[in-house]
Design a protein around this ligand. Sequence first.
Ligand code: PMP
Length: 459
Amino acid sequence: MTTTRTTKQWQEADSKHFLHPFTDHQALAAKGARIVERAQGVYVWDTDGNKILDAMSGLWCVNVGYGQRELIDAATRQLETLPFYNAFFNTSTPPAIELAELLTEVAPEGFRHFFFSSSGSESNDTNVRMVRRYWDLIGQPQRQVIIGRNNGYHGSTMAGASLSGMSGMHAQGGLPIPNIVHVEQPHWYELGRDMTPEAFGLKAAQTLEAKILEIGADKVAAFIGEPVQGAGGVIVPPSTYWPEIQRICRKHGILLISDEVICGFGRTGHWFGCQTFGVQPDLITFAKGVTSGYVPLGGVMVGERVAKVLIEQGGDFNHGYTYSGHPVACAVAVANIRLIQRLKLVEHVRDDVGPYLASRFEELRDHPLVGDTQTCGLMGAVQMVKDKASGTPFDGDLAVGMICRAHCFANGLVMRAVGDRMIVAPPLVITRAEIDELVTKARKCLDLTLADVKARGLI
Ligand code: PMP
């Protein structure tokens, strides 16, 4: 243990002063937060000395795992040389330039321009402003509407939360903001089990076309979606879904934004999730994995269709952040991307640990609580249900996912619960042996959850 205070002391100070994201503070104060104080590889340690396999990569971001010396050195060197300078007023910095150049190596073909921010939310705010600016510049200013999806997640700023299709977020603070609407999500297990996944994928995509026709294509600026919905529960769409979305966007001239805040930088077994699904978006949102979360950085990859107009006709684009192109963040991103390349982590996910996670997750389907499993690269979901044969869900108020998540924590595993879907997205450096540990612990926690729900007469 390296801590300077006891766990209880940390918890008391935490609940006195620290307002956490997405948290019920009274409930947290009653329980006390788990205080995580150090990490290495795929493990974190809390202040009670528990070693926990972090199957969520922090918050979907620590792609290269914890403790990578190259990233630490890159940050230290840059802090010593130039901790900050801005990119406004005709100035630039070497790390921001190097990062933009390096991104051309790993981005899908056709992406040669990059706008930087500090988070996924800010990047999606940038998207909203950029696509509206684009349509203004080409003489169609009435194209204002952006279409997202139910249960999509695009951030927590006013625009990010509006683009997201989370009813709990929209219920607070008068969201969504005007001109943002939503269509169906491609969640076959929940919404489409009366048809094949392929037929359902087409049906879900066609809700986009119906919405476009309802609004009028001449009013629609863009569609935004995550290749695989992350925060919504690791929902891997049927194979027919994305090609149909692409077809619809092209037919109506609508810009396609791929939000790759989670899927980017190797998570799905390609550098970007759109490549896994064979889609060519016009804009790509990124954050998290670009620096493996070591320091905050996000941005937008701008495809040539938009970049050409912004650059050649645009004049000033009145948008930007103090930390757009932050030199320390950019230096860490450069080191991180070079490390992903050197360790061949994208290939590691695609050819080795991705397929291995898929086969080990399929084995969990024999468990009495498990209705379905899905994986894509190193993202995975285990859907718990009340009745396996019919797929009947538990009553949401029972919070069975939370019961399972608590067992995971207590047994040295971080898995996240989205409703009754238990999800993982471990660091890309994970080994087969560590995946074995993950799945063994997950099964044990499913057993403990089953015993709990039986004891409470819920099943
Ligand atoms: N888009 C997606 C797809 C995300 O998963 C997230 C965060 N989980 C965001 C945007 C928002 O990113 P941030 O929390 O960095 O603002």
